[in-house]
Design a protein around this ligand. Structure first.
Ligand SMILES: Nc1ncnc2c1ncn2[C@@H]1O[C@H](COP(=O)(O)OP(=O)(O)OP(=O)(O)O)[C@@H](O)[C@H]1O
Ligand SMILES: [Mg+2]
Length: 171
């Protein structure tokens, strides 16, 4: 009933560079507190895309890697803060123990790899796309966009050819 409409955009990226650029372009549309849910299998380009977001925020792209031991990485860029979360190794209870709620309420763009794992999470409904209040403006500065939540689904179609579907609640 209250489910907002979504606009969905599908891109077939043919190189790592293209996916990274797409991430940077996307960053320009986001509020500085936005939540970016990144879904897709191993090696589909989730980190590459997050790297593009980081680059747009003025973060050294070399610093943005698939988190291995640390599941949460925080980066400060000239144009904003990025909180990079990777849920790959986690099960429901462990995810609950991460204190994600606080992180997601905090400052910065939150990019969550393996966001599909959030479905088992007790407060998952808080980040369910269906409950997102479309068009709410974050606390970003003038130069930032207004999109607060975006879901990105990546899939590898062929070597170098990765499908990227971007869903945003339409205002
Ligand atoms: N069009 C493309 N877009 C993104 N990456 C691509 C593309 N074509 C090839 N690649 C390669 O795919 C790999 C994607 O790696 P990346 O670490 O971003 O995946 P991931 O989804 O984060 O994986 P993981 O689940 O292990 O964290 C890179 O090695 C990259 O060079
Ligand atoms: Mg990754």
């Amino acid at each position: 009933m209250n489910r907002p409409e979504f606009s969905s955009r599908r891109i077939v990226s043919t190189s790592e560079g293209e996916t990274e650029r797409l991430g940077a372009e996307l960053a320009a549309t986001l509020s500085r507190d936005a939540l970016v849910l990144v879904e897709g299998n191993l090696g589909t380009g989730k980190t590459v895309l997050v790297r593009g977001i980081g680059r747009a925020l003025g973060i050294d792209p070399r610093e943005i890697q698939s988190p291995t031991y640390n599941l949460i990485h925080e980066h400060e860029g000239e144009h904003g803060r990025l909180v990079h979360v990777d849920l790959y190794r986690l099960e429901g209870d462990e995810i609950a123990a991460l204190g994600l709620e606080e992180i997601l309420d905090g400052e910065g763009i939150k990019a969550v790899e393996w966001a599909e794992r959030l479905h088992d999470w007790p407060v998952g409904s808080a980040v369910d796309m269906g409950t997102v209040d479309a068009g709410t403006v974050g606390t970003g500065t003038v130069d930032t966009g207004t999109v607060n939540t975006v879901r990105i689904r990546l899939q590898r179609l062929a070597p170098d050819e990765h499908e990227i579907v971007i869903e945003t609640p339409s205002a």
